[in-house]
Design a protein around this ligand. Structure first.
Ligand SMILES: Cc1ncc(COP(=O)(O)O)c(C=O)c1O
Length: 389
């Protein structure tokens, strides 16, 4: 869980600085700054004119053209056949689906395995459903992949869900096909539902293509994968995603959801189908890549050694000071350089010692704000090697 005092303190300093007219560079939030591509907005306007979209979507798992588009996108993108009629469910954003999956599977006393550091939704919803979590550490030394052999057997036997997220928020790490194969084997052995959160599936650089869990032979027996239009098409506000894979899991999630929500506005689903089938958002990805290079090259040049992520839009960096915690460093960088970074312990105890910087910066068009960020970080004197550079 995010320690509330920590964020409260950072936003207090940030708001004070803004009120006093400071020029803040906010690398905190991970939310695409570019607008949704125009063809998607046009498709929404067109669909919104159709009275058929004005009523309840009474389908069992989602608007048919959207489910078909999702299945066909997945086949084209990852080479895996998915049956739109039985293996896909539409979501009001992947957060909603990931959260409700916990409610569908976890009874009081049940266990979910969750990553630490990790997107907080898996843990919080497991706890709210009355379950418990086993937090599996993600460490730099293992490429931020969990070490399955380190999970106690009694935990594995008891676990109902195993949440993973690649490309990873917050570390920017990627998975390998070998890791997915091991994980599928592991979840099959212990009868655990494998949940892969791929919210950043196609946000990738230098021509890199992410593997998926469903590419593993037989993965559909044990796995469900969550996808989102939010980050792939700059559509965070639209609230549209989908999950695909194991039919039972898709059905269980749908059963719970049908008692809670009545799906998205069908015109949004139609516009989403248009995005998945017709829209190439490579301009946005190229911009993140340019920013990534300016930020990472710049920080490395001033003596703060950071890795360039291959995917997602976060730079996860070790705090360059041994005398400061993540929170202290984030506080100091905000005070001295007017830059917002997220302290890594906000994503779990294993995040201590790191900060996360997002490449989605509102108002930046050509990467120059990232160059400005590097300049300010250097001048702050907070990176020891950079003093006097
Ligand atoms: C790892 C991860 N999963 C899921 C989500 C939720 O995305 P959405 O609900 O917009 O689809 C986010 C959003 O930040 C995320 O970082």
């Amino acid at each position: 869980m995010i320690p509330p005092y920590l964020f409260a303190e950072i936003s207090r300093i940030k708001n004070e600085a803004i009120a006093s007219g400071a020029d803040i560079i906010d690398l905190g939030i991970g939310d695409p700054d570019l607008p949704t591509p125009q063809p998607v907005i046009d498709a929404l306007c067109k669909s919104a004119q159709k009275p058929t979209t004005h009523r309840y979507d009474e389908t069992p798992r989602g608007w048919t053209s959207f489910l078909e588009a999702a299945a066909s996108w997945y086949g084209k993108e990852f080479g895996v056949n998915v049956d739109a009629a039985t293996e896909v469910v539409q979501l009001i954003g992947s957060k909603e689906g990931l959260a409700h999956l916990a409610w569908a599977y976890i009874d009081p006393g049940d266990l979910a395995i969750v990553p630490n550091p990790g997107y907080t939704v898996y843990k919080v919803n497991t706890l709210m459903a009355g379950g418990d979590v086993f937090e599996v550490p993600l460490r730099e030394s293992n490429g931020y992949l969990p070490i399955l052999a380190d999970i106690p057997t009694d935990v594995a036997k008891k676990a109902k869900l195993f949440y993973v997220c690649y490309p990873n928020n917050p570390t920017g790490a990627i998975a390998t096909s070998e890791f997915y194969a091991d994980l599928v084997r592991y979840c099959r052995e212990y009868d655990i539902l494998l949940v892969n959160d791929m919210a950043y599936a196609t946000v990738a650089y230098d021509g890199y293509k992410n593997p998926t869990v469903l590419q593993v032979q037989g993965a559909k027996d044990v796995a469900i994968e969550f996808h989102s239009l939010s980050k792939m098409y700059n559509m965070t506000g639209w609230r549209l995603g989908f999950a695909l894979g194991n039919t039972n899991a898709v059905n269980n999630l749908q059963k719970l959801k049908s008692n809670i929500d009545s799906k998205a506005f069908p015109a949004i689903a139609e516009a989403g189908a248009h995005a998945l089938t017709e829209v190439d958002n490579k301009h946005t990805i190229e911009m993140y890549q340019r920013r990534r290079d300016l930020l990472c090259d710049g920080l490395n040049d001033i003596g703060w050694k950071v890795q360039k992520p291959k995917s997602a839009f976060y730079v996860w960096a070790r705090v360059p000071r041994s005398d400061m915690s993540s929170a202290e460093f984030a506080g100091e960088i905000l005070k001295k350089a007017n830059i917002v970074m997220i302290p890594g312990n906000g994503y779990g105890t294993e995040g201590e010692g790191y900060v996360r910087m997002s490449l989605t910066l509102m108002g930046d068009t050509d990467g120059s704000r990232f160059q400005e960020a590097v300049r300010r970080i250097k001048e702050s004197g907070l990176v020891p090697q950079a003093v006097g550079v």
